[in-house]
Ligand binder design. Structure first.
Ligand code: NAG
Ligand code: NAG
Ligand code: NAG
Ligand code: NAG
Ligand code: NAG
Length: 276
């Protein structure tokens, strides 16, 4: 029975298939939105989340806003975003879980070296390693004459009292290294290079807390040259969620998709896709 219903379905399908432009969304408009959180504003590509859809950003750049604090999660570790610099493509971040003390419930490394990670430490920070579940200091293991290891700090994690230390240097193959090997866990967090001398001199766990709060810089790469070209031509940057490729959205609803197997050059009234 050819009903009115199936006729309607056919018409809707034809409209969807033949329509040259997105029917339900306008990426140009939604990607024109600039987000803000706390006192950080004008947040655009490659960031998404907040009020910017995923198609306006790059993988790994999802932001959230928690009590006016901007946050990003990178390799399971959550960071407070203290500043974003579009020109130098840098983020200033600090670990949220080390902002109160050195004893978070979940021990998570800061890692950026993965092949696919768009983030890199930019050389102004040094990795500090915190050891947890270590032996307390006893006289024969007095470490205070050794440069690069802190005084012990005490944590209560999961109702268990444990002892920890932080180290600023490599101790593999030494007596100190063997001592640290008996600790049950370790975590790597970066601190600014400028803080390292006072951490070594003071050996003070409170100083590491302060250094962690100051945070460090991350450099990012996310098709930024393409995006600059796109913006210079009046477009908005984003990403095709199916192909994963960069896209430049035009004000008339068309799209430039360079660099993919299917080079779609749009008929944008004002944008030539060449050079994006
Ligand atoms: C943002 O606010 C924090 C404290 O709320 C302040 O330390 C920081 O300097 C502010 N940043 C800017 C760019 O105003
Ligand atoms: C504390 O308990 C949680 C939940 O069981 C666990 O995921 C976490 O690893 C524990 N933390 C430490 C330091 O053992
Ligand atoms: C952090 O990384 C170090 C070095 O790769 C590793 O030994 C340690 O187990 C890691 N810690 C956690 C909590 O994953
Ligand atoms: C460790 O050695 C230093 C100097 O050698 C000394 O002042 C300190 O009391 C010693 N600490 C412990 C816990 O034995
Ligand atoms: C076309 O581009 C020019 C300069 O790039 C800009 O001034 C103009 O507003 C754009 N026109 C439209 C319709 O976007």
């Amino acid at each position: 029975m050819p009903s009115k219903f199936s006729f309607t379905i056919i018409i809707i399908s034809l409209v969807l298939i033949l329509s040259p432009k997105p029917v339900f969304s306008n990426n140009y408009l939604s990607c024109s939105v600039r987000s803000s959180c706390g006192n950080i504003s004008d947040i655009g590509y490659p960031f998404w989340g907040l009020d910017r859809p995923e198609s306006c950003g790059y993988p790994g750049f999802k932001l959230s806003c928690s009590e006016s604090e901007l946050e990003i999660t990178i390799s399971s570790a959550t960071y407070r975003v203290l500043a974003i610099n579009k020109e130098s493509q840098t983020l200033h971040v600090s670990r949220t879980d080390y902002s109160e003390n050195l004893c978070p419930t979940h021990l998570i490394n800061s890692t950026f070296e993965s092949e696919t990670s768009p983030f890199r430490q930019n050389g102004d920070s040094q990795d500090i390693r915190l050891y947890y579940g270590c032996q307390p200091l006893t006289a024969p293991q007095n470490l205070t004459s050794i440069l690069g290891i802190s005084n012990q700090f005490d944590c209560t994690i999961n109702n268990t009292k444990i002892v920890g230390y932080y180290v600023t240097r490599e101790f593999a193959g030494t007596v100190t290294g063997n001592f640290l090997r008996s600790c049950s866990n370790s975590v790597i967090i970066p601190v600014p290079n400028s803080q390292v001398p006072s951490l070594e001199e003071g050996r003070d766990p409170d100083d590491l807390e302060e250094a962690a709060k100051i945070g460090f810089q991350l450099w990012w790469s996310a098709d930024d040259t393409r995006c600059n070209n796109c913006v210079n031509k009046g477009g908005q940057c984003g990403r095709n969620l199916v192909s994963g490729g960069f896209e430049c959205y035009c004000s008339d609803g068309d799209v430039c998709s360079p660099g993919t197997i299917f080079v779609v050059c749009c008929t944008c009234s004002n944008i030539s896709c060449s050079g994006i």
